[in-house]
Write a protein that binds this ligand. Structure first.
Ligand SMILES: [Fe+2]
Length: 475
């Protein structure tokens, strides 16, 4: 897209790119004090204790990001999405495994650090402590961390990426891919082609608009194309999937109108529909829109094109209560908001769609990024506790829907499992976990073919990290 055309199409936004600012009453934290509000500063390198058989060939760094700083001057951030981001690094080498973590020095963090209090609004936190110039004024850079070419970036979704130094975890600064794209939404879930090139979306839903930016990067991490597209309607899209020919968007029925807070402006429209939107990779235009019943999802798995059909995997919730109620930091993990792994099969000629829900909760779905178009086992966090939130198990679901589950202790919170590759080419499944009894964060390593047998190796440390969202492993 030409810059002139982009700016013209974007014109309707005017000065509306700032998140609406909303008031939040001071709320006392009732969530587990020791780890929700615990990361007030950086974590210096600490050696972990190893158990089991860590493969010698597995070397590299697991980077993770998540909201970490939830409290300043006695004030508690109310929504899980509102903590300032911290990038964690678990460095796996011949000498063992060490952990370190550093808060992302966003413009928001630095301004609030100087003021010694929160100034900016978040998803569930209304404040007017400082002027909002644009979306990045309130950007906590707290959802994921990914590498584009040689650049490592801490990602949010309603604004820009922040570049970080992979060795020191220092923040290098806000990333602008092009002047006209500065401060625009950039999702925390870029998708990568087998050749290392990448795609991303930015949903302008946050501004009450039904538009999205499509970003295309070459294998060196350089932006090569971008396009602003009109969507059939507004809706929340946290992630998207990649098929051979399409970007597969899943426009949910969570809609936004200005409210007393950003959260209060969100409304789940159960009478509406969800839309599976296929964006053609060549034209960057919408090829097809398929209407399916209203639901909610953060994350998508694989999107496989085969014999005229597209099979999309979704970690689906029946409604948006998880976002609207379940991520309240006062109640986090206390109520169940089960998601199901759902497979949608779309007939690409007729647009007809079948929906199949599997009998397994699933969040943080993962698969082999190196072969995204191959039908394959997918992994994720599951919960076997019907009366509680937060996952306590690792699930592996084969293409034939055979489910393997490894359940940890009920006082263990399990985080996103990643398929990682050792130097000898072998794949492992690696994830972090929080032992809520011992207040220790640890690592667990699985043979991905034998998830049910439990971890083959673990690592522990006397350090409890706030629960995070996403990351990546780079060998
Ligand atoms: Fe996510």
């Amino acid at each position: 897209m030409e810059r002139r055309d982009f700016l013209k199409a974007l014109g309707a936004l005017g000065g509306a790119t700032a998140l609406s600012a909303l008031p939040l009453p001071g709320l006392a934290a009732s969530f587990d004090e020791t780890w929700l509000s615990g990361a007030s500063g950086d974590f210096a390198p600490l050696a972990m204790s190893l158990q089991g058989n860590w493969p010698k060939q597995l070397t590299g760094t697991l980077y993770r990001n998540g909201p970490a700083l939830f409290r300043r001057a006695g004030e508690q951030q109310r929504h899980w999405f509102d903590g300032d981001g911290m990038v964690q690094a678990f460095r796996i080498g011949p000498g063992g495994i060490s952990h370190s973590g550093k808060l992302v020095r966003t413009e928001k963090y630095q301004t609030e650090q100087q003021a010694k209090r929160f100034l900016y609004p978040g998803v569930g936190s209304q404040r007017h402590g400082a002027p909002i110039a644009h979306n990045d004024s309130a950007n906590p850079a707290n959802i994921s961390v990914r590498r584009f070419g040689k650049r490592y970036m801490a990602l949010w979704e309603a604004g820009s990426a922040y570049e970080i130094d992979p060795d020191t975890l220092d923040t290098k600064g806000l990333v602008s891919f092009a002047p006209e794209l500065t401060h625009l939404p950039f999702s925390a879930h870029p998708q990568f082609e087998p050749d290392g090139s990448a795609w991303n979306i930015g949903s302008l839903f946050y501004n009450g608009l039904a538009k999205a930016v499509i970003y295309r990067f070459d294998a060196g991490g350089k932006l090569s194309r971008y396009q602003l597209i009109d969507l059939p309607r507004d809706g929340y899209m946290h992630a998207f999937a990649l098929s051979e020919r399409y970007l597969v968007l899943f426009n949910t029925a969570l809609r936004y109108q200005k409210g007393d807070s950003f959260l209060a402006g969100l409304r789940f429209d159960g009478a509406s529909d969800n839309q599976i939107i296929l964006v053609d990779k060549n034209s960057l235009q919408i090829h097809k829109v398929v209407s399916v019943p209203a639901s909610f999802a953060f994350h998508l798995g694989t999107a496989i094109e085969e014999k005229g059909t597209l099979e999309l995997t979704v970690a689906e919730y029946p409604n948006a209560d998880i976002m609207l109620k379940g991520m309240d930091t006062r109640h986090l993990g206390q109520q169940p908001y089960p998601s199901a792994m759902v497979r949608y099969r779309v007939d690409l000629a007729s647009g007809r769609c079948q929906r199949q829900a599997l009998a397994v909760d699933l969040e943080f779905p993962q698969f082999d990024w190196r072969a995204p178009y191959r039908r394959q086992t997918q992994f994720g966090v599951a919960s076997t506790q019907k009366d509680r939130g937060l996952g306590n198990a690792i699930a592996a679901i084969s293409p034939g829907n055979h489910i393997q589950l490894h359940r940890f202790d009920d006082n263990t919170a399990v985080e996103e499992p990643l398929l990682v590759t050792a130097r000898d080419g072998r794949n492992y499944l690696l994830h972090t976990l929080l032992d809520k009894t011992r207040l220790q964060t640890g690592l667990a390593l699985f043979d991905p073919a034998k998830v049910q047998q439990g971890p083959i190796a673990t690592a522990t440390m006397p350090r409890a990290l706030p629960l995070g969202f996403h990351g990546a492993f780079y060998g």
